[in-house]
Write a protein that binds this ligand. Structure first.
Ligand code: ZN
Ligand code: ZN
Length: 324
C-alpha cells in the first residue's frame, strides 16, 4: 500500500477553468430548468425499464426458482464491483493499479452493469468531484433528490457540465486499450453482457424458463443495480454525518452503505478521494475493499493509495468533528 497524505486530485482533473466559466458556476442557475430540457427517448427507456423491473420482481416472487434468485443476487453484487472497484476507484480516481486480467474482469463486470462506458462514467465522475453541488456537477444535489438520483439522466446536461467536462483531462483513459475497446463497442457489448448472457445462464444450466430468467436476472437485476448506484449521488449527498468535512454536502450514510455493501462513506470519499478504500474502516461493510485486498494478495493489484490515520485525525479536527 502507498500512504499519501498530501495528494489532491488535481493531477487527474485537468487544467483549472477560466475565469469566465468560474463566474458562471453558481449553486443554482434559475435560467436552466430540467423540465425545459427533457430527453424523451431516455424518459421512455427508463419508464419501460421500470415497468419491466416491476414485472421481473413479481416473477421473482411467484415463479422463479431459488437458484435463479440466488444467482441474480450474486450476479448483481459481483458485477457491481465493475462500477465501484472499476469505473470508480480504479479508472476515475486511479487509487490503485491493476494488471490486465483484473482490469478485464472489472470491465466485463462494468459492462454487465450498464452505466455508460467507463470513459463517459469517469468524465462525469471527475467533473462531479471537481464541481460538486454546482451547476457544473452532472448530478447537482442542490437540484433536489430526484434530479441527483436519476433526473439528471432524463434531461440534457447543463451547459456548464458540458463545458467543464471538456476541460477534464481523460488522456489516461485513452491509454488503456480495454477502456478504448469498451467505448467503441459499448452498446453491442452491453446488450450481450447485460441482457442476453445473464438470461441464458439459468436457462442453460438449471432449466429456468428463458422468459422468467430474462425479466428477473436481466431487467429487474439491472434496474435495482442502477438505483443502488444512484443512491450514492442522491441520498449520500443529502443525509448523514459529516465527520471529515462539515462544509461539503456528501455524507456518511449508513443506509446507502448497507444497500451498496460499502459505498456510503461519502463524506470520507469526497475528503480523501485518492484512498482506494473510500473509507477509513477497512473491510467493515466494504465488499469492494475486500475484493481489491484479496486481488492484491494474489498479485493482480498493487500501489493501493491510503491516508495515514494521523492525517485523517488532523483533517477531522480542522474541518470536521474534533477527535482530540
Ligand atoms: Zn469518487
Ligand atoms: Zn459524490
Amino acid at each position: 500500500m502507498t500512504p499519501r497524505n498530501n495528494e489532491s486530485e488535481d493531477s487527474l482533473l485537468g487544467d483549472s477553468i477560466d475565469d469566465n466559466l468560474k463566474l458562471k458556476i453558481t449553486s443554482k442557475d434559475p435560467n436552466w430548468k430540467p423540465l425545459n430540457n427533457i430527453v424523451w427517448r431516455n424518459v421512455i427507456w427508463y419508464l419501460l425499464l421500470h415497468i419491466g423491473a416491476i414485472y421481473g420482481f413479481s416473477l421473482a416472487y411467484v415463479q422463479a426458482k431459488w437458484f435463479t434468485l440466488v444467482y441474480a443476487l450474486i450476479l448483481g453484487q459481483v458485477s457491481f464491483i465493475g462500477v465501484t472497484g472499476g469505473a470508480h476507484r480504479l479508472w476515475s480516481h486511479r487509487s490503485y493499479k491493476a494488471t490486465f486480467p483484473f482490469r478485464l474482469f472489472l470491465i466485463i463486470c462494468n459492462t454487465i452493469c450498464g452505466q455508460n462506458s467507463i470513459y463517459d462514467w469517469c468524465r462525469d465522475h471527475r467533473v462531479h468531484h471537481k464541481y460538486s453541488e454546482t451547476d457544473a456537477d452532472p448530478h447537482n444535489s442542490n437540484r433536489g433528490f430526484f434530479f441527483s438520483h436519476m433526473g439528471w439522466l432524463l434531461c440534457r446536461k447543463h451547459p456548464l457540465v458540458i463545458a467543464c467536462g471538456r476541460k477534464i483531462d481523460l488522456s489516461d483513459l485513452l491509454e488503456d486499450p480495454l477502456v478504448v475497446f469498451q467505448r467503441e463497442h459499448y452498446l453491442k457489448l452491453f446488450f450481450i453482457l447485460g441482457f442476453i448472457v445473464p438470461a441464458l445462464i439459468p436457462t442453460l444450466i438449471w432449466s429456468e424458463s428463458l422468459w422468467t430468467s430474462f425479466w428477473v436476472c436481466s431487467v429487474a437485476r439491472y434496474c435495482s443495480q442502477l438505483h443502488r448506484t444512484w443512491l450514492v449521488n442522491s441520498a449520500a449527498h443529502m443525509w448523514g454525518y459529516r465527520p471529515y468535512d462539515k462544509s461539503i454536502a456528501s455524507a456518511e450514510n449508513a443506509i446507502v452503505s448497507c444497500l451498496t455493501l460499502g459505498e456510503g462513506h461519502h463524506n470520507y470519499h469526497h475528503t480523501f478521494p485518492w484512498d482506494y478504500s473510500t473509507s477509513e474502516w477497512g473491510w467493515s461493510l466494504n465488499v469492494t475493499t475486500m475484493v481489491i485486498d484479496l486481488a492484491q494478495k494474489v498479485g493482480f493489484v498493487h500501489d493501493c493509495k491510503t491516508v495515514p490515520k494521523e492525517f485523517v485525525n488532523s483533517r477531522c479536527n480542522r474541518t470536521g468533528i474534533k477527535r482530540e
